[in-house]
Design a protein around this ligand. Structure first.
Ligand code: ADP
Ligand code: MG
Length: 277
């Protein structure tokens, strides 16, 4: 069964796309079967995986609006080792078209259900807004990864996102949880960043991933070569951090599965006790 994660933060330029493609490549490197779904009409995650957004035979738009199967849309990003369902400007129109369709928030979830056995991880790169597209991502996912820069207003932005995630959890997707906050573009020499990082840890506890992604120019250069940093320069500090993050994600998923199994056993036992008594 695939574990599905959204990479979301309604702010632009915080490192969502960089996180999505590098985590995808990192997971692929350690032997995981990965599908990356680009839900941003800018198509940066598509291009950043070496897939040309201008020549997509089938994009995520057709998956969402015309119910074209994910298997027809997914293509292998050869150098990266994962599959891509790409996006381009056409997707901007989906926002309006989706509103009129049945099960408008569940279209990505329903589409992904059919490839559940094909992947270990599905990563969804969300646009910088809390739109119908992001909502489709949140409804499809088991969890949200929130990349954030340790800057002054960072906490405020996260509060809004936490609120949205709680609402989606309550009304549309009871599986949804914040898997973790990922500190990105981190510069340990900056006192303010250290302070915000400490604040984050005291506020969110172990929801803050222990891996920290440093600011690293190789990660910023990689997209112009159509590659995630992890593939472009695997030895760069930023790439190494993303490989460590991939490992941390695998461990989180293992502990998520363990918790789910324990809960299932508990429920079974209590049902048994109830029916015996
Ligand atoms: P978003 O998807 O949230 O808009 P991006 O991932 O596109 O954000 O990142 C915004 C910019 O910051 C991009 O130019 C990207 O290359 C750069 N960037 C992201 N993470 C890092 C990092 N760790 N070090 C240096 N530059 C980074
Ligand atoms: Mg982006």
């Amino acid at each position: 069964m695939a574990k599905i994660f959204c990479v979301a933060n309604q702010k632009g330029g915080v490192g969502k796309t960089t996180t999505t493609v590098n985590l995808a490549a990192g997971l692929a490197k350690i032997g995981q079967r990965v599908l990356m779904v680009d839900l941003d009409p800018q198509g940066n995650a598509t291009m950043g995986s070496g897939v040309d957004k201008r020549n997509l035979a089938v994009s995520v738009y057709e998956v969402l609006v015309d119910s074209v199967p994910v298997r027809e849309a997914a293509q292998l990003a050869e150098k990266c080792g994962y599959h891509v369902v790409g996006a381009n400007r056409e997707l901007a129109g989906a926002e309006i078209e989706l509103v009129q369709l049945p099960q408008r928030e569940m279209r990505l979830k329903n589409a992904l259900a059919k490839v559940d056995g094909d992947y270990d991880f599905v990563l969804i790169d969300c646009p910088p807004s809390l739109s119908m597209l992001t909502l489709n991502g949140l409804c499809a996912a088991h969890g949200v990864i929130v990349p954030m820069q340790c800057e002054y207003f960072a906490l405020e932005g996260v509060t809004d996102l936490v609120h949205t995630i709680k609402q989606v959890h309550a009304n549309l997707n009871p599986d949804l949880q914040i898997i973790g906050l990922l500190r990105v573009m981190f510069d340990p020499r900056t006192t303010l960043q250290q302070q915000v990082s400490d604040q984050l840890k005291s506020h969110f506890g172990d929801k803050v991933f222990s891996t920290v992604i440093p600011r690293n120019v190789r990660l910023a250069e990689a997209p112009s070569y159509g590659l995630p940093g992890v593939v472009f320069d695997p030895l760069a500090k930023g790439s190494q951090a993303f490989i460590a993050f991939a490992q941390e994600m695998v461990e989180r998923v293992q502990s998520m599965n363990k918790t789910a199994r324990t809960q299932a056993t508990k429920t079974k036992k209590s049902v048994k006790t109830a029916s015996n008594g």
